[in-house]
Structure formats: structure tokens, C-alpha cells
Design a protein around this ligand. Structure first.
Ligand SMILES: Cc1ncc(C[n+]2csc(CCOP(=O)(O)OP(=O)(O)O)c2C)c(N)n1
Length: 327
């Protein structure tokens, strides 16, 4: 999905609405599958849908995205098939990674999704290398790497921002600041409080944006993507967002945060906000939004049936795909 005009077209706005809704419905269903004991260790991105949706609405299909342990929303926004994603979550042979990666290691190179990754901060230097490769090969591709506020204090980000700056690499560092790294508040763990401000030490733009507003994300990332694509170098975007659920499935009862705080963010829900915008500006009507809901739900239900009906990988597959042959 790409968009070149300054204003956001109706097509893009509706695309963003459908994407965010699909991510939420997919994750709601994935949580049900987890509750039924079919998958373990799922990190939900519910609440954070706007961040990759706004950015990916501007990317070309051959641009690259790299994610984290919490990456279902990155994958869906970049266009990975729901059927293969759900199958991967359930460890099935039809999954994006033949059922061997699971929820934290989804990748689909054909869609430009180079991988989620369970090791915090580890994809940032990988993405920097990907951007370096695009620059050397002069392919005009942009790389976007997502990470959390916890990862923002890892050395890997700082080394990567430094190299990306001196080499003017076509990369966008996107921090989804959901206020907590597991149960550690970012206000405690991030010196200086602002993650965006850290960019100034590397002479690159650092932008703070309301991560609950897909329109604000779109506008900020448009500037960053144009900068990267025109050879001017990287940008760091800090998107202030919130995960509605626990860090992962077993993180209950969330005693490290308050109901007042949760409600504050839920009242600014990204899907509801875009819906209000679309209706109050008469860009669409409720009937059309209902149709989008039905379509999204159907695609998630189809993906779930596909995943549940798919076979597990054969035992003899255990040691295949471990190493890549470059013959
Ligand atoms: C190198 C490394 N250290 C610790 C962990 C354990 N761990 C998994 S997720 C997480 C918190 C990450 O927080 P953040 O970067 O803010 O991302 P979020 O979970 O909020 O999306 C930690 C410490 C890990 N997976 N990898």
C-alpha cells in the first residue's frame, strides 16, 4: 500500500481502519486459541495497532520491516497472510515458518517482513545492516525497525543510530513506547524520560508522536520515509502508545499499573478515534464501517479454520531449515 499525496486519501483512511480492526480481531482470536492451550508465550499488541498501520500505509511492498517479540501487528500491517500467521502461531506446517517459529518468530521475506524476534533489541542492528545493503545496492528501499521502550536503552540501538547517521542510511527507528518493559515503567528506566531526544546525540531527527492516532503516525512517518528515500538518512520516531493486555498471557493481575491509567488510554483508542473521524467528516457511513467489520471478521475466522485444520510438521522435519545452504 502506498500513498503519495500530502492529504490522506479516503482509500488510505479506510485501508487503515480495516487494518487496525483486522489486527485487533486477529489478536482477540489468537488470545482465545492461547486460552484453549493451543499456543504459548503470546505477547499481545492490542492497543498498539495504529503505529505499524500508519507507517506501513506509506511503504512500498518491497520495503522492509523488522519487529520484536510483540509483532503480530507489524506483520499484518506489512501484508503477511493471516492464514499462514495463525497457522504459525499454532505450530502448524502451513505456517509462515512451517510451524517452527511460533508467535515470536514470524517472517515472510516475500512481503518484506524480515522477522519478529524474541531477543530484545536484537533486530535493530540487523535492520541497520539491511538498510546498508539497500544503500550499497542503490535499490531505493526503506527499512523500518520497531522496538519497545525497554529496548531503547540497549546498546544495539545506540550503535545502530550512530552508524545509520554517519552513513545516511535509509532506515526509520520506531520506538513503540507503551510505558512498560514487562513491569518496569519507562519513567523509571529511561534516563531523560524522552526517547526521541536521544536522537539528537546522533544528529538525526527525533520525533515524539501520539501513537494512539493513526493520522498523526501517518504524518510523522511520511516525513521520515521521504527523508530516508531521498538519501538524507535516518529518523527516530517515539510513538506514545499503550498495550491493553498484560506483557504476555500469564501477566495478571497487572498490579504495576492502575485502572485509571488503563482507562485513560482506552478512551483514546486508535480504532474508535479513526471511526469518529471518518463519521464526523462524512468520509464514510456506519453501514460501510459495519461491512468492513464483517469482512475483517470473516478473514480472521477463515484463518483460524485454516490453522486448526492444518497438520503439524512431520517429526522428520525437526532438523530441516536449521541452516541455509548458499550453494
Ligand atoms: C536480550 C533480552 N533480555 C531480556 C529479555 C526478556 N524480555 C522479553 S520482553 C522484555 C521487555 C521488553 O520491553 P520493551 O522493549 O519495552 O517491549 P514491550 O514488551 O513493551 O513491547 C524482556 C525484558 C529478552 N527477551 N531478551
Amino acid at each position: 500500500m502506498k500513498e503519495h499525496s500530502t492529504e490522506i486519501s479516503k482509500t488510505t483512511l479506510l485501508w487503515m481502519y480495516e487494518k487496525m480492526l483486522t489486527i485487533r480481531l486477529f489478536e482477540t482470536q489468537a488470545n482465545r486459541e492461547a486460552d484453549a492451550g493451543k499456543l504459548l508465550g503470546m505477547h499481545s499488541s492490542i492497543g498498539q495497532e495504529a503505529v505499524p498501520t500508519g507507517i506501513c500505509s506509506l511503504l512500498e511492498s518491497n520495503d522492509y520491516v523488522l519487529g520484536t517479540h510483540r509483532s503480530h501487528h507489524h506483520c499484518i500491517a506489512k501484508g503477511v497472510e493471516l492464514k499462514n500467521m495463525m497457522a504459525e502461531l499454532l505450530g502448524k506446517a502451513t505456517g509462515t515458518n512451517k510451524g517452527k517459529g511460533g508467535t515470536m518468530h514470524i517472517a515472510d521475506i516475500n512481503k518484506g517482513m524480515l522477522g519478529a524476534n524474541g531477543v530484545v533489541g536484537s533486530n535493530i542492528p540487523v535492520a541497520t545492516g539491511v538498510a546498508l545493503s539497500a544503500k550499497i545496492k542503490n535499490t531505493n528501499q526503506v527499512t523500518v525497525v520497531f522496538f519497545g521502550d525497554g529496548a531503547s536503552s540497549q546498546g544495539s540501538l545506540h550503535e545502530s543510530m550512530n552508524l545509520a547517521s554517519i552513513w545516511d542510511l535509509p532506515i526509520i527507528f520506531v520506538c513503540e513506547n507503551n510505558l512498560y518493559a514487562e513491569s518496569t515503567p519507562y519513567e523509571y528506566a529511561v534516563a531523560g524520560k524522552s526517547i526521541a531526544d536521544r536522537a539528537s546525540g546522533y544528529k538525526i531527527p527525533g520525533i515524539t508522536v501520539d501513537g494512539q492516532s493513526v493520522i498523526d503516525i501517518y504524518k510523522s512517518s511520511k516525513i521520515a520515509i521521504e527523508r530516508a528515500r531521498s538519501g538524507k538518512g535516518p529518523t527516530l520516531i517515539e510513538a506514545k502508545t499503550y498495550r491493553y493486555k498484560g506483557h504476555f498471557g500469564a501477566d495478571n493481575p497487572l498490579s504495576y499499573r492502575t485502572e485509571t491509567e488503563e482507562n485513560y488510554y482506552k478512551e483514546r483508542d486508535c480504532i474508535e478515534r479513526l471511526k469518529k473521524y471518518l463519521l464526523s467528516n462524512e468520509i464514510t457511513n456506519q453501514e460501510n464501517l459495519d461491512k468492513i467489520y464483517e469482512k475483517s471478521l470473516e478473514s480472521v475466522n477463515e484463518a483460524t479454520d485454516f490453522a486448526n485444520e492444518s497438520p503439524f510438521p512431520a517429526p522428520e522435519e525437526l532438523f530441516s531449515d536449521v541452516y541455509v545452504s548458499y550453494k
